[in-house]
Each structure stands twice: as C-alpha cells, then as structure tokens.
Design a protein around this ligand. Structure first.
Ligand code: ATP
Ligand code: MG
Length: 190
C-alpha cells in the first residue's frame, strides 16, 4: 500500500478529534461531562459504515438522536445503524409512517422514528413515543429529535450531521451519560 493510500484510509477511518470539554445541561444544571467524536465521511457508504459500527454497540434502552438539515444524511446513517444492529428487515425512512420497527433474531426491537412532522413534545404522545422509550427490549433511533426534545431522556447519544459538499458530511457524536461515553470509547477504538 502506498503512503498516500494509507494516509487516505487512516483519514477515512479515524475520528478527527475526540475530547471531553463540553457539558450536558438539564435545565440550567450541568449533569454530565460530554464526550465527543468528530469525523468526516466522503460517501453515503462511508456514513453507513460508521452507522453500522454504532449499531453493533446498541442494547435495549439506548437512545440515539440523529439531527441535521434535509439531506444531511440522517437516514443514510440510520440505515447503517439498523444493519449493524442486525435488523432482519430493510431499514428505510419512516417519514410517512413516523415509526419503523425492526426485529432481530434474539427478539429485541429497534424503533426508528422520524419526528420531522411533529410540532412539539406534546405531539410525541400521538406516536406513543413514551411507550417506545419504556419498552425494555428496544433501542430507539430518532431523526429530527429537536422536534420532541422535552420528551426525550437526558441520557442519550446526540449525533449531528452537517453537509460539507456533495459527497462529504461532518458527523459529530456527543454522549450524554456514561453509557454513551462507553459507546464513543468503543467507536474510537474501531
Ligand atoms: N457522505 C455522505 N453521507 C451521507 N449521505 C451522503 C453522503 N454523500 C452523499 N450523500 C447523499 O446525501 C443524501 C442523504 O440523504 P438522507 O435521506 O440520508 O438525508 P436525511 O438527512 O435523512 O434527509 P431528510 O431530512 O430529507 O430525510 C443521499 O442521497 C446520499 O446518497
Ligand atoms: Mg431522513
């Protein structure tokens, strides 16, 4: 392998930065130091690859929030997460149905919510979001989480995607809670 190719692969596969300088607020109270993984992807497949790494780490009770503008790559990342988690069904956008439910051979579930068309946390009841969060056998993945922020638990992984150019996206993952610190530590090792 050439040095240039090795450098390119290393650039593609390692997070650009990982630090621990932010804090997670609940009201105006600091509740967690936030761990951060910041990386760029250079294709949809590359985003799916990172999603699959994250999905493989999910357990029931986990909450993954995926934010970003239209076309930022939220559903692309979610597809990778579902694949890495082991979904038996095809993973696609729940924009029109609000919630997709995926199953796995061990009986666990992954809920994939698109909150784009919800106005506020009160609307979260209309898609039974509290019940989805209470399911002891399910993890939850939500696009447009800011729409229903007040209905989400303070412990969560927040993934923000940003469009850089046609093929490049910035992905910033911030943990809120020790469970998600652990997740980001595993991703740094990936
Ligand atoms: N690096 C990349 N990561 C993710 N998607 C990419 C990347 N480069 C190009 N794309 C393309 O960008 C588009 C992202 O669409 P996607 O549906 O995932 O976005 P979204 O954030 O879910 O949008 P919406 O809010 O409209 O549902 C896809 O067409 C994908 O192929
Ligand atoms: Mg989408």
């Amino acid at each position: 392998m050439t040095v240039a190719r090795a450098a390119r692969l290393s650039k593609q596969n390692s997070p650009r930065s990982a630090d621990r300088r932010l804090f997670c607020f609940f009201g105006n109270v600091i509740i967690f130091a936030v761990s951060v993984v910041d990386l760029q992807t250079y294709s949809a497949a590359h985003t799916r690859q990172w999603g699959a790494r994250l999905g493989a780490l999910l357990s029931p009770g986990d909450v993954i929030c995926v934010s970003g503008e239209l076309g930022a790559g939220k559903t692309t990342l979610a597809t990778g997460i579902g694949h890495g988690w082991g979904a038996l069904e095809a993973v696609n956008s729940p924009t029109f149905v609000f919630v997709n439910e995926y199953s796995r051979a061990d009986g666990n579930r992954l809920y994939h919510v698109d909150a784009y068309r919800l106005r506020d946390a009160a609307d979260a009841d209309s898609i039974a979001l509290p019940d989805l969060l209470d399911n002891p056998n399910a993890a939850l993945l939500i696009e447009w989480p800011e729409r229903v922020l007040a209905a989400l638990p303070p412990e969560r992984l927040w993934v923000a995607l940003r469009w850089i150019d046609e093929h490049t996206r910035e992905i910033r993952m911030e943990s809120c809670g020790p469970r998600y610190d652990w997740m980001l530590d595993r991703l740094r090792d990936a």
